[in-house]
Design a protein around this ligand. Structure first.
Ligand code: SLL
Length: 176
């Protein structure tokens, strides 16, 4: 199993999240939770998930307020690398991408700041005026911006680059 000299393979991915406001609350959703959200790593190619078969599994590390806070999704041609949750707050999610046998790579770590809100009001006042403006902004988000359940999308295009990959990994997984 040798490295292939002068070979570079790029695999495109989309890392992101979507969020909507909770409209119909089911009985086991904590009352303080305001949003449904999804975090995912997807393929932007026409064959979609099948083009990610070189990935063995992805672990998603959520905020410690979620138990368990580490969620694992194994590769499955029929199912996306995706976690669905509910919550009230934004935080950074770290993901570890593990590759199939033969890659000789440990894992690749990527980060995504979970977004639930479609915009932020940035004011450097700490007066009660600030609170009023914030309240107005939040109402505005309900009325004007967050229509159709306020779908928020935060997506980033990225590429996983394999520079001089091992021959076994290249043949068995990267060329599939
Ligand atoms: C902070 N950024 O640093 C925030 C943390 C935590 C969000 C947000 C659900 C917790 C649960 C939830 O939304 N956690 O499972 O009830 O303070």
């Amino acid at each position: 199993n040798k490295r292939l000299k002068n070979v570079t393979i790029k695999k495109p991915i989309i890392v992101g999240n979507t969020a909507t406001k909770i409209v119909e609350r089911n009985s086991n959703t904590p009352l303080e939770h305001t949003h449904n959200w999804k975090i995912f790593i997807l393929s932007p190619t026409v064959d979609g998930q099948k083009d990610l078969s070189f990935i063995k599994k992805i672990t998603f590390k959520l905020h410690d307020s979620y138990q368990p806070s580490i969620r694992t999704v194994e590769y499955d041609p029929e199912k996306p690398f995706l976690i669905e949750e509910t919550g009230w707050g934004e935080f950074e999610i770290s993901m570890k991408i593990y590759f199939q046998e033969g890659s000789q790579e440990k894992f690749l770590q990527v980060y995504h700041p979970l977004r639930l809100h479609s915009f932020y009001l940035v004011l450097n006042e700490s007066s009660s005026e600030y609170d009023k403006k914030l309240a107005i902004a939040k109402e505005g988000e309900n009325l004007y911006i967050d229509q159709s359940q306020g779908l928020v999308k935060s997506l980033y295009y990225d590429e996983i680059v394999f520079h001089e990959p091992y021959a076994d990994f290249f043949v068995n997984w990267l060329m599939k």
